[in-house]
Design a protein around this ligand. Sequence first.
Ligand SMILES: *[C@@H]1O[C@H](CO)[C@@H](O)[C@H](O)[C@H]1NC(C)=O
Ligand SMILES: *[C@@H]1O[C@H](CO)[C@@H](O)[C@H](O)[C@H]1NC(C)=O
Ligand SMILES: *[C@@H]1O[C@H](CO)[C@@H](O)[C@H](O)[C@H]1NC(C)=O
Ligand SMILES: *[C@@H]1O[C@H](CO)[C@@H](O)[C@H](O)[C@H]1NC(C)=O
Length: 384
Amino acid sequence: MRFLTLSLAAAATALLLGAEAAPCDTAKCQFPACVCPSVKPPKGLDPTTVPQFVTLTFDDAIQSQTVPVTSSLMTPHRNPNGCPIKSTWFAQTMYSDFSLIQQWYAAGNEVADHTMTHVGTPPAGKLLLIIPMHAIMDDSNPPKAYSMDVHLSGTPEAVSGWLRNNFNRHYQGTRQPFGIFLHPVHVGNATNLYNEFFSWAVAQKDVWFVTNHQLLEWIKNPVPASELAKQPYMKCGLPAVGKEICNGLDNLKTGGKINEKLLQTCNFPSGPWSTCYGCPKTPPTPADPVPERVDAVGTANYRTPVNLTCAMEWWDPVAAQCLCTSSNCTFTDISVLPTTTSGGVKPTTSTKPNNNNSANVMTGSWSAIGAAAAAAAAIAMQMF
Ligand SMILES: *[C@@H]1O[C@H](CO)[C@@H](O)[C@H](O)[C@H]1NC(C)=O
Ligand SMILES: *[C@@H]1O[C@H](CO)[C@@H](O)[C@H](O)[C@H]1NC(C)=O
Ligand SMILES: *[C@@H]1O[C@H](CO)[C@@H](O)[C@H](O)[C@H]1NC(C)=O
Ligand SMILES: *[C@@H]1O[C@H](CO)[C@@H](O)[C@H](O)[C@H]1NC(C)=O
């Protein structure tokens, strides 16, 4: 369960029942900070020219058991500009390894707030944003909708068909972003099922797997698919730090373990985890999210938290030094363009779409996302 599942399930049900979405005040909701819900792309763009965004997201703890699952689903695929596909992780701190959270973020992915302890009902006033979790429809009549871990709801053959049919409804329709929402612990033997679908999807023209943050950047400044590759937020560059620092990256490209000799290991009853930024005396909790460090300021092993004037990947917490000022940051482009020059393949429908069912079913809204743009941001987590 993710932070917003309850409200989103309610919203999805409302859509299925044909209920009206909450009215949007066009006087208050002004572009680009806010966009009223619409099934059409923003700014009147022709759907055939806009990118088909795919938002693959993961939920819960970022730990040594879950990271390999996400790697096996992401590493094989690249976006049209040759950059690795990106994803948003709705993470909790409980059971997470903080150094792995940092590595996920350093690789250009997004860390989103799933509450620290995975509470079912966040405190009032905390439910600020809604990222639509439109459902994947099966092919029954009337269709049943699944929001998360869709592979658990049918045979591999059936689920593959649903994924392709639902994707096609978006891709051949008004290109509303298409979401795949997974709990890594539940992926199990479905890795191949998803990898086959992802390979099929990214092979089609103008299909991009993005973080929610990247999607919001696009909604604030919508450009045709032909111009997406050159947007700064879609590029992938490895900071050319030039020496090994504890920043979640393989700075010297050794192909070895990241930060291996620089991490500090913190032993707690719930299990050990590592960090670049000094072990706290007690595990962080909502009541005390930033506990005192074991090694105090001025002592030998003290790690200095990221300086607010420095980007995390350039910060050396051992030397308390920012290795780059905006004037001299250099990046190594890590994009790998495919060797073929194919402009993509035409989408195919693997099973006959049931038009009767799909007629009244919204494929998600272009800009329930936009409405959330002002509030949404990758949270700046206090890193340990
Ligand atoms: C995973 O294994 C279960 C049990 O053997 C099987 O029923 C299911 O079809 C498999 N799923 C996939 C996607 O291979
Ligand atoms: C950030 O770090 C630099 C040294 O790299 C230091 O001069 C500066 O005062 C620090 N700024 C803050 C806000 O701590
Ligand atoms: C950027 O400039 C600073 C200060 O001159 C220097 O310490 C640092 O090594 C430089 N970094 C890069 C990546 O060139
Ligand atoms: C469409 O679905 C409705 C309700 O399930 C059914 O009554 C109707 O006959 C179907 N129409 C077609 C053309 O299949």
